[in-house]
Design a protein around this ligand. Structure first.
Ligand code: GDG
Length: 500
């Protein structure tokens, strides 16, 4: 990044801080670094350029010693952390309410699950105003502000209303729906207006970006587009907004390195000893209705019914990581999954013998997760809709011998990039997924390797560091033609996957 701009300070704004704060038994705050790739990718950038990370510490406990704990964690990490504290009502109406009972289901095409409670929108605006005020409190005015995800879409609008003029970027980690779905939102115009207050809006895939532009064009009077590469420039009611697709990724080298350790290899071998003479099929998901877990279980059952030769030759390890447990729909989903697991195991299991589904409810330690990735012969990743799905990329990175098969939903953002190697399925097509499981099971070693090699190359070339760098370059570049154009764009060389 040439010139002065390269050292512009960075202020990251996300719903959660990159640290988790919990009170220990002695009443003092315990601090633990978030484990995600985003945190690992942004820490070096923040240390190098200087800046701050603003977010909610994840607790409605507003005691004054929390702020001190947050500041102390910032001192250790090498840049400032700033907490936006929320009271219990705000957590309920902003986080559980607007973010997770409206935007999350709507943007995943599940509008029938939305609770369009008017109070949620009011609180959403109040809370995003708090985040904007926190930005103003730490920004010198010439910083680059990078806002993340659906919880905070309105922050730029609040910042502009407070008179902030410097550049602000936004990245949406979840899908952006088509106009037919988006227009159910009672506050659709206000939200589109809010998004057009950013200078750069980033999406996971070309499809999300197209949906956004179509929505803007339906609502705003004048929307002109310049360019046709990875990043385009829109003029929206006289304002210039850049819009691009930046498929998020993982720290590929770190996954390869860690998956290759003796400890992980031994744990993976132990799993095969426990579950001998069979292919292991893996599903790892947060407990969420978008991840398609019940339909996946039905597809697994259908595979055992349609292909008796698979019985005793495959086992599904399904890990479900607790998430948003305070929302009733999530509790119901857990019951449903556990009922289905019971039915499948009850229907096929023989005393002392094969157990078709190994179900684990809980969070795995990273080393165990890596061992599961390494041990699994087939990953069955079938979300009904997903922004990207990093589990798919992590699984490929950990497939060091390149002998594994990825079965992936065509509705995961990752399908656009991995269609050259994954077996793509429609997660609603129970028998189609069952057939694909059989195909994966019977696939030749040669085909497995060729497919996995293609996917791993693509993930290695566009890792999380590539992602951070391309987003920041798109924010400051003078000339967008330097960005991949349709013919040479690594991740768009294959077009978005379009189901027939
Ligand atoms: C959102 C969007 C988008 C999972 N189980 C355990 C564990 N994990 C880690 C995985 C992976 C992450 O959680 C899950 O990421 P996903 O991308 O698969 O899904 P979401 O949480 O829904 O993420 C998604 C993403 O944002 C990024 O933009 O891809 O579409 O929905 O990194 O490794 N980690 C540990 N134990 C577990 O049991 N330690």
């Amino acid at each position: 990044m040439p010139g002065e701009r390269a050292k512009q300070r960075l202020i990251v704004v996300s719903n959660r801080l990159p640290y988790v704060f919990k009170r220990g038994e002695n009443g003092r705050w315990l601090t633990e670094r978030g484990a995600g790739g985003l945190v690992s990718a942004l820490l070096p950038v923040l240390r190098d350029r200087g800046g701050s990370w603003i977010g909610w510490p994840g607790t409605a406990d507003g005691s004054s010693d929390l702020e001190a704990a947050v500041t102390a964690a910032g001192g250790e990490v090498g840049f400032a952390l700033k907490a936006v504290t929320l009271d219990a009502r705000e957590v309920h109406e902003f986080y559980h309410g607007f973010a997770n009972e409206i935007i999350w289901p709507l943007f995943h095409d599940l509008q029938s699950l939305c609770n369009f409670e008017p109070a949620y929108w009011r609180t959403y605006k109040e809370v995003t105003r708090k985040f904007a005020e926190a930005v103003l409190a730490v920004s010198g005015g010439d910083d680059f502000i990078w806002v993340h995800d659906y919880h905070l879409m309105n922050v730029a609008a609040e910042l502009r209303a407070l008179g902030y003029r410097s550049r602000i970027g936004f990245f949406l980690h979840i899908p952006f729906p088509s106009p037919d779905i988006f227009f159910n939102l009672p506050w659709r115009s206000a939200l589109l207006h809010a998004l057009s207050q950013y200078d750069l809006v980033g999406f996971q895939t070309l499809r999300d970006r197209r949906n956004f532009i179509q929505c803007l064009r339906s609502v705003m009077e004048e929307v002109a587009i310049q360019g046709k590469g990875q990043v385009v420039s829109l003029t929206v009611n006289g304002r210039t907004v850049r819009v691009g697709n930046f498929p998020i990724s993982i720290d590929y080298d770190a996954f390869v390195r860690q998956a290759g350790t003796d400890e992980v290899a031994q744990r993976a071998q132990e799993l095969h000893r426990l579950l001998p003479r069979r292919n292991l099929i893996l599903g790892v998901d947060r407990l969420d209705y978008t991840k398609g877990i019940p339909l996946r279980l039905l597809a697994f059952k259908a595979a055992l019914e349609r292909y008796p030769e698979l019985r005793e030759r495959i086992s599904l390890i399904q890990v479900v990581v607790p998430s948003r447990v305070d929302i009733p729909q999530y509790h119901d989903l857990k019951m449903k999954i556990e009922q289905l697991v019971g039915e499948i195991n009850g229907g096929f299991v023989r005393p002392g013998g094969w157990v078709p589904v190994w179900y684990e409810y809980g969070s795995l330690r990273r080393k165990d997760l890596l061992a599961y990735y390494r041990a699994a012969d087939i990953a069955l990743i079938t979300p009904l809709k997903d922004g990207m799905n990093l589990v798919a990329k992590e699984y490929c990175a950990c497939s060091i011998e390149e002998e594994c098969v990825l079965i992936l939903s065509e509705f995961a953002g990752a399908a656009a990039q991995l269609q050259n190697g994954a077996l793509l399925v429609n997660p609603y097509d129970i028998e189609g997924v069952a057939d694909m499981l059989h195909r994966a099971f019977t696939m030749s070693d040669e085909e497995r390797r060729a497919r996995m090699r293609r996917m791993r190359r693509s993930i290695r070339e566009t890792d999380i560091f590539w992602w951070v760098d391309s987003f920041l370059r798109a924010a400051i570049a003078k000339d967008l033609s330097a960005f991949p154009q349709p013919a040479d764009h690594a991740t768009e060389a294959v077009p978005d996957y379009v189901p027939i």
